[in-house]
Design a protein around this ligand. Structure first.
Ligand code: MV4
Length: 451
């Protein structure tokens, strides 16, 4: 039984975790940098420990400081949230070695999925469809050319340790291969500990659809539907929705069942997200995220399942409360990520929030740690709120989202609310017709028109 959770994160997700704990009667310990002394999560938690100065490397990424904070405060578990140390298998192992519960998957699962080659191999062996390409790493240009001969061009060279779209290069012919291969390796070497790369057929215009899973420690697994995360720019998601406008109930059940069965074979536990590219009616596994995701609330809206509560329950050794037939999908949900950024140039815009008024009303959820008078620090991610809306139909959800955006008042920092308003007013979005490249093209055309 978990009685006290240390929340190793900040911002809205720290608050989200606090709320789940509070509803479960679990005590909470917040950790924070000196820059976050007046943050909402610090005020709300039962206890707070300052773990270092503003730079994340010295505070939210400081493994020893966080373990120490857990030990001195008497916490029995650590929830990592997303980002920071959430996908760091060494940290998860360290937490367990200190007799604490890691609220996440086993470290070996994090290791398996953290390496894109081993992840892809495991997914394929467990029966998931993968993108055709090299079998494992590609160590020379000659080998790269041979793989491309087999799959046909275009291909994409990817870093095995990759993340955030770094270390990825496209080659459209033999002539382009040497350069793409060299650049991908160089970028990988600069960004990650390893310069290992692999090769896949490049899909030109897919959607990005991810399947949420939930598993206990006794190999019971359920899938909780999918999220369409295609609306993104530079690997930063802008708006997510569920269900995906591209899928029907039958397709959802088919891919969901396949994913749940695969996770059972792999022995996965806690929450996870299996990412696919989706093109011409086919799914292709690309990677798996071994953590709670930013966009998890839209899944909560259509299933009624509190994902953080379930994470804590199963980490504490509880069995899943339901089998797949108990999971029902109802209605439609969308999430807008609101960033403190210039909505035209996307330059971060930290500073004092002169006025904050969040919308409310039926089926309107705002996850945020902001308040009037708070100063957004410049050291961390620029996301300041998530606006999460439910409707019985996609159109009902969309109408409510318009209403909620109109109600939102944010003054003092530039933010992306105006961009959301524009995007959800387009015919393409209204009709659900968009791929991973849509937003980039939309912004290009808009900037051309406005000079
Ligand atoms: C791809 C792809 C097309 N074909 N793989 C980008 C980040 C990394 N997670 C995987 N990514 C991609 N892999 C093949 N074989 C296109 C992308 C991609 C992308 C994927 C998901 C969401 C947004 C994206 C934006 C650009 C490229």
């Amino acid at each position: 039984m978990i009685e006290k959770v240390l929340i190793a994160n900040r911002g809205e997700i720290a608050l989200r975790i606090y709320r789940a704990c509070r509803e479960m009667g679990i005590k909470t310990v917040a950790v924070h940098s000196t820059a976050d002394a007046d943050a909402m999560h610090v005020r709300m938690a039962d206890e707070a420990v300052c773990i270092g100065p503003a730079p994340a490397k010295e505070s939210y990424l400081n493994k020893a400081a966080i373990i120490m904070a857990a030990l001195v405060s008497g916490a029995d578990a650590i929830h990592p949230g997303y980002g920071f140390l959430s996908e760091n298998a060494d940290f998860a192992q360290m937490v367990e070695d200190h007799g604490l519960v890691w609220i996440g998957p086993k470290p070996e699962m994090m290791r398996l999925m953290g390496d894109k080659i081993t992840a892809k191999r495991a997914a394929k062996e467990a029966g998931l469809p993968v993108v055709p390409g090299s079998d494992g790493s590609v160590d020379t240009v000659e080998e790269a050319l041979a793989v491309a001969k087999k799959t046909g061009y275009p291909v994409i060279v990817k870093a095995t340790a990759g993340g955030g779209g770094k270390g990825m290069k496209i080659a459209r012919s033999d002539e382009e291969m040497a350069e793409a291969y060299r650049l991908a390796r160089a970028e990988a070497k600069a960004s990650f500990a390893s310069d290992e790369v692999f090769i896949e057929k490049y899909l030109e215009n897919p959607r990005h659809i991810e399947v949420q899973v939930l598993a206990d420690n006794y190999n019971n697994v359920v899938y909780l539907g999918e999220r369409d995360c295609s609306l993104q720019r530079n690997n930063q998601k802008l708006l997510e929705e569920t269900p995906s406008p591209a899928l029907n109930a039958e397709q959802r059940k088919k891919i969901g069942t396949l994913v749940a069965e695969a996770m059972k074979k792999i022995g996965y536990n806690n929450v996870g997200t299996v990412e696919f590219l989706y093109e011409n009616g086919e799914f292709y596994f690309i990677e798996m995220n071994t953590r709670l995701q930013v966009e998890h609330p839209i899944t909560e809206m259509v299933t009624g399942i509190d994902l953080v509560r379930e994470q804590i329950r199963v980490a504490g050794g509880a069995h899943l409360n339901y089998v797949q037939d108990d999971v029902h999908f109802e209605g439609h949900a969308m999430e807008c990520r609101i960033n403190a950024e210039d909505p035209f140039t996307f330059v971060p815009c930290p500073g004092k929030i002169e006025q904050w008024h969040a919308p409310g009303g039926l089926w309107t959820r705002v996850d945020s740690g902001m308040y009037t008078g708070y100063t957004v620090p410049p050291y961390y991610d620029s996301m300041i709120a998530k606006l999460i809306i439910f409707g019985k139909s996609r159109n009902g959800c969309l109408m409510r989202l318009h209403r909620a955006i109109d109600e939102f008042v944010i003054e003092g920092v530039k933010n992306t609310l105006p961009l959301h308003n524009e995007v959800i007013s387009t015919t393409d979005f209204i009709e659900g017709r968009y791929s991973i490249h849509w937003l980039e093209h939309f912004i290009q055309n808009r900037n051309k028109q406005n000079g």
